[in-house]
Design a binder for this molecule. Structure first.
Ligand code: GUN
Ligand code: ZN
Length: 439
């Protein structure tokens, strides 16, 4: 067997624990090597250290890629995004329910065509890698072939991806609805074909309470009970119009969360997108089950949904993940997501440090998604998924970061000003997956 091996030399930053919300990260939470090196071997990280410490151990003739002046961090993770909405990003002037009817459902109908699904899967993955995102939890459409296309494309690139077929048996156009039996049969077939194949996982995907009958939610919960290695993704308490509709459709449930609880959908591998309009008691119930809320700040601002209360979630020890929620979100970039999260935090008196933000995009998201045994850190044995960031990517960024007195200042400038131009290279499974075009 041949060994595929190389070293990247650069400044390294990774987290071993939650840095907390203070300006100074919690002791032991940050791993920082100003002149560091990652030794990639057969898709994994073989060693991560100061370059000077690692150099004597390197075999002669090994390729050393010199990225000094740049910053290597773990590949970014997006906990909630819709690949089928790529082309309706930035559609003007609606809140959630009108936006779904006017833009989203017509667009998702196009994914009945497997060729369209295949083309958009490739385009979406190109865009993710361009912004440094190496793992995402992805909504496909209700067409099983949309999942086949996306996971096949992810598998060919060696990516760690979670995805699932939307389950929705009411309140959507005929070409998008399934039924209880058909939705479960299709999900089971997809789980058999994809769950645990290479670096892929299956995420059960009931769209949200209004588009599923109680019977469909119950049947989904039964699948989850039978196989706790499955993930689950849905939406929760995003918009006040949605809340009213759920109260009307499920008069027997005392609140929105209870609709999901009754069907057994709330567990340690469940991601609830948004979770803006909740009280502390509901946050406590989510935390107790080990579920996570996906904070989707650019989407929440774009659709006018509300200001996510990050501090209230943290008070209840409820896991918060960071997500783009494209096409509701306006940017796939994890750095852009953090910028929007910072802005939401400012309006709530809950500023987000760059330490907490970068932790969230990497180890924080990995942990909340139960993927931290494989991704989220630069450490020996982890999968080789990483981003090479360029803190001088634009003339203005170069000016700003030349001026930085600390790593924290440079990270914060990247978080405020960063986009795809800051991503010099993206590596996943030890392969170079994206290189920024020479200017
Ligand atoms: N709620 C139900 N479906 C969707 C969706 O596609 N996007 C967002 N943002 N919220 C939803
Ligand atoms: Zn969403």
């Amino acid at each position: 067997t041949t060994t595929d091996s190389r070293v990247l030399r650069a400044e390294l930053l990774s987290f071993d624990a939650d840095p907390g919300d203070d300006d100074t990260p919690a002791p032991g939470s940050v791993r920082h090597h100003p002149d560091g090196a990652v030794w990639i071997e057969n898709g994994r990280l073989r060693a991560v250290d100061d370059y000077a410490t690692l150099a004597p151990d390197l075999p002669s003739g090994i390729e050393v890629i010199d990225h000094r002046g740049k910053l290597i961090v773990p590949g970014f993770i997006d906990s909630h995004v819709h690949y089928v909405q790529l082309e309706i990003i930035a559609s003007y002037g609606r809140q959630l329910l009108d936006w779904l009817n006017d833009y989203t459902f017509p667009e998702e109908l196009r994914f009945s065509d497997p060729d369209h699904a295949a083309a958009l899967s490739e385009a979406f993955l190109d865009e993710l890698l361009r912004v440094g995102t190496t793992t995402a939890q992805v909504f496909c459409s209700s067409h099983p072939a949309s999942v086949d296309a996306f996971l096949a494309a992810s598998h060919r690139r060696g990516l760690c991806m979670l995805a699932g077929k939307v389950l929705m048996d009411r309140h959507a156009p005929a070409g998008l609805t399934d039924d209880v039996e058909g939705g479960i049969r299709d999900s089971e077939r997809l789980i058999g074909d994809w769950h645990g194949k290479g670096r892929l996982g299956y995420s059960l995907t009931p769209r949200f309470a209004p588009t599923s009958t109680r019977e469909q939610l119950d049947a989904t919960g039964a699948l989850l009970r039978n196989d706790p290695s499955l993930w689950l993704q849905t939406h929760l308490a995003e918009n006040t119009g949605e809340l009213d509709w759920v109260a009307e459709l499920f008069p027997g449930s005392r609140d929105y969360l209870e609709v999901y609880e009754r069907s057994g959908l709330v567990g340690p591998r469940s991601t609830f997108a948004h979770g803006i309009h909740l009280d502390q008691e509901m946050r406590g119930r989510l935390a107790e089950r080990g579920a996570n809320l996906a904070f989707c700040p650019s989407s929440n601002l774009f659709l006018g949904s509300g200001l996510f209360d990050r501090q209230a979630a943290r008070e209840m020890a409820l896991n918060v993940t960071y997500a783009s929620d494209v096409g509701g979100g306006t940017d796939l970039s994890g750095l852009a997501t953090l910028k929007a999260a910072y802005q939401v935090g400012q309006l709530r008196g809950q500023p987000l440090t760059a330490w907490q933000g970068l932790f969230g995009l990497t180890l924080g998201n990995a942990r909340a998604l139960s993927l931290d045994d494989r991704i989220g850190r630069l450490a020996p044995g982890m999968d080789a998924d990483l981003v090479v960031l360029d803190p001088a990517a634009t003339p203005l960024l170069a000016r700003r970061t030349a001026h930085s007195r600390s790593l924290a200042e440079t990270l914060f400038a990247l978080m405020m000003m960063g986009d795809d131009r800051c991503v010099a290279e993206t590596w996943a499974a030890g392969r170079l997956q994206h290189r920024r075009d020479a200017a």
